[in-house]
Design a protein around this ligand. Sequence first.
Ligand code: AMP
Ligand code: FE
Ligand code: FE
Ligand code: ZN
Length: 272
Amino acid sequence: MQGKADLHLHTKHSDGSLSSQELVERAKETGLRIISITDHDNVAAIDEAIAVGKTLGVEVIAGVELSATVGEQDIHILGYFVDHKNDVLLEHLQFFRHERFKRAERIVEKLNDLRVPLSIESVLEQAGTAAVGRPHIANALLEEGLTDTYHEAFARYLGYGKPAYEQKYRVSPQAAIELLSSAGGVSFIAHPGTNIDDTVLSELINAGVDGIEVIHPSHSPERVAYYSGIVSEYFLLASGGSDFHGGKRNDYDALGKYYIPASQVDLIRHRL
Ligand code: AMP
Ligand code: FE
Ligand code: FE
Ligand code: ZN
């Protein structure tokens, strides 16, 4: 199959800013033939995206981005071709979203202890019905004038090791991979270049991931070559995409720029 595929996109059902419809329309405009929506702990965008995709001629693959814990580190695992109506998957996602809500409350308490007067209500206003995450808290801090920039919110308060940092509910990579597999999907290590060293990378390969996200805005050409080599060496699959979120991140130029050839999606499909 010919054309471009972007297998890493967010909507307002997680920390993205666009609706499913708006995202699929933009994908079409930027010349993408295949996309996967990979919201954090949520598949609520998928049905509408598939329907809009059908009218526009964009294939939409059901995806999701899960978090897992390795040591003290939070890593991300992308699932593709999951059955987004699978009961076990939906129950787990709902549980993860509830844990995210409790964590947001703990982060707000920490901020209040630091004399930063943020309310949980203003965070939830940012999140809407989405899986609440630190990006929503950063947006709320910005909205309330409690920080000057989105990135400052992470650098001062929310980032790993900063005073308002709170861990997520702990999920082992094995458990995340099994959950995706039990819903009929395949699993990929997301953006390893951001925080995954070689030891953790081989741990994840041993845990049974199907592939690696090779193409990502955070990966230099050297990183891309490095992960391509690992994919070949271990007979893994390669995925890639823009990790587009929109809104205050202002990453609109990433759409259509970070992609894999559609033929690589066929290779993923064959592995199912
Ligand atoms: P969460 O899932 O709530 O832990 O939020 C994780 C998201 O926050 C990541 O996907 C990034 O988009 C964003 N993020 C994490 N650390 C930083 C940072 N230091 N600067 C900016 N954004 C960050
Ligand atoms: Fe995100
Ligand atoms: Fe991620
Ligand atoms: Zn993402």
